[in-house]
Structure formats: structure tokens, C-alpha cells
Design a protein around this ligand. Structure first.
Ligand code: SF4
Ligand code: SF4
Length: 100
């Protein structure tokens, strides 16, 4: 029996998201992010939710968040502090396994 290794994009397809449009569970302060020298969030998010625009501003969309907490660790614990809110989504909101 062989095991097929799946790409990250395929694995993310097993997830679905119930997004709380009124209450983002992660919030950035753009003024703090503009001063961030290392921007580790761009490299660590497994869902690729942090991006840099052509004007060098960091943009972020919490809608596809896997709730792993990696961005919180690399941002806050390494002194960057641009993430001013990081909590788990309320109630039934957030990431769910599509088949169970
Ligand atoms: S918690 Fe994980 S998936 Fe969500 S934005 Fe942070 S690094 Fe990305
Ligand atoms: S690491 Fe934190 S402060 Fe730096 S760009 Fe990312 S979210 Fe902003």
C-alpha cells in the first residue's frame, strides 16, 4: 500500500470556515506593523493569511485562520506586538473539519 503525500492546498480543502464577520478574532495595529523590522508573520502562517502589498503594508485576512497560534507566538513573544488581539473565535465560529 502506498501513501499519497498531499500538498498543503489539498489539505486545507478538508477545512471549512464559519466566519464571524462582526467580531474578528485576530486584529493587527497597522501603525505597529509598519515599524516591524522582521515581519515573521509573513513566513509562518500555514494558511498564508499575511501578505505584503506593493506599498509594503502588511495585509491580513482572518477568514481562513486555522487557529494554530503561530502568528501570536512569533509576533508577541519576539517583541513585535502588532497583533493587538488574538483570541479563539466565539462559539461555533472558526475552522471546522469538512467531513466530521
Ligand atoms: S493562528 Fe495560525 S492560521 Fe491563524 S493567522 Fe495565525 S498563523 Fe495563520
Ligand atoms: S510580526 Fe506582528 S508586528 Fe510584525 S508585521 Fe507581523 S503582525 Fe505586524
Amino acid at each position: 500500500m502506498s501513501i499519497k503525500r498531499q500538498k498543503v492546498e489539498e489539505l486545507l480543502g478538508y477545512d471549512k470556515f464559519n466566519v464571524d464577520e462582526q467580531n474578528p478574532h485576530i486584529v493587527l495595529d497597522p501603525e505597529i506593523c509598519a515599524k516591524c523590522k522582521t515581519e515573521p508573520c509573513l513566513m509562518v502562517c500555514p494558511a498564508g493569511l499575511y501578505r505584503k502589498k506593493e506599498d509594503n503594508k502588511i495585509v491580513f485576512d482572518y477568514a481562513g485562520c486555522l487557529e494554530c497560534g503561530t502568528c501570536r507566538v512569533v509576533c508577541r513573544d519576539y517583541g513585535n506586538k502588532g497583533i493587538v488581539k488574538w483570541v479563539y473565535p466565539n462559539g461555533t465560529f472558526g475552522v471546522h473539519f469538512r467531513y466530521g
